[in-house]
Design a protein around this ligand. Structure first.
Ligand code: HEM
Ligand code: HEM
Length: 171
């Protein structure tokens, strides 16, 4: 567990933890069904859209810099971590877009930092459809997956003692 073990860049680390807070915030402020139309959860929209905004620099940095080197991760563990991280990234992109789509189907305007965004689907009467349902379920699934991900990080840190948490820590 060396103090100088390779770690993600400062920007990646800040975005990681900020995104984690935003996802939990979006989950806590989520509403479903008629309540969304009558009293749109503007904070839910804003927190969720901030996740989408942050994913852009994050993916660019990830593609340019790659992940810090590791020599402790082999075989199925490495494959599991890659698949888990891939799925988290997919959800971080898919959730805000499906949420925006669901709001558009419900005829609820979406704005970000006071700028009104265009609808990305036409309004329907009644239930907003399959993608909205997918959004609701995926919205809870990401929290479960992130919980497992956190458990894995803690297991790496305290059982394998390979300094995994340092890789995502500023100090
Ligand atoms: C909603 C919450 C979270 C999301 C969406 C999330 C997402 C991610 C993603 C996508 C990566 C891969 C980074 C990359 O290689 O580009 C990552 C890495 C990491 N996360 Fe999280 N995370 C969350 C919460 C947490 C929590 C609570 C912990 C710790 C208790 C944690 C610890 C870590 C660590 C240590 C890494 C680096 C793993 C490595 O070096 O391979 N994350 N996270
Ligand atoms: C990481 C981001 C997000 C997470 C974790 C998330 C999570 C959730 C969850 C768990 C629900 C179900 C609430 C319930 O049924 O009580 C929900 C509903 C909803 N969310 Fe999100 N959401 C995110 C982003 C967004 C964004 C960016 C928008 C819009 C711009 C949005 C719009 C909606 C709408 C309209 C519903 C109601 C769908 C329906 O009733 O069919 N969400 N969200």
């Amino acid at each position: 567990m060396s103090r100088n073990s390779p770690r993600y860049s400062k920007t990646m680390i800040i975005i990681h933890w900020l995104t984690a807070l935003l996802v939990v915030g979006a989950w806590l402020t989520a509403e479903g069904g008629r309540k969304v139309v009558q009293d749109p959860p503007l904070l839910h929209f804003a927190l969720g859209l901030a996740v989408l905004v942050l994913i852009v620099p994050r993916l660019i940095l990830r593609l340019v810099d790659g992940a810090p080197a590791t020599d402790t991760q082999h075989g199925w563990l490495a494959i599991g971590a890659k698949a888990g991280h891939g799925l988290l990234y997919l959800l971080l992109i898919g959730l805000p877009i499906t949420g925006w789509y669901a709001a558009s189907r419900m005829g609820v305007p979406v704005s970000f930092l006071s700028v009104e965004l265009p609808a990305i689907a036409s309004k329907v009467q009644g239930r907003p459809g399959l993608i909205a349902e997918l959004h609701e379920n995926a919205g809870t699934f990401i929290l479960i997956l992130a919980g497992l991900h956190a458990l894995m990080a803690v297991w790496h840190q305290f059982v394998l003692r390979d300094g995994t948490l340092q890789r995502m820590s500023l100090r």
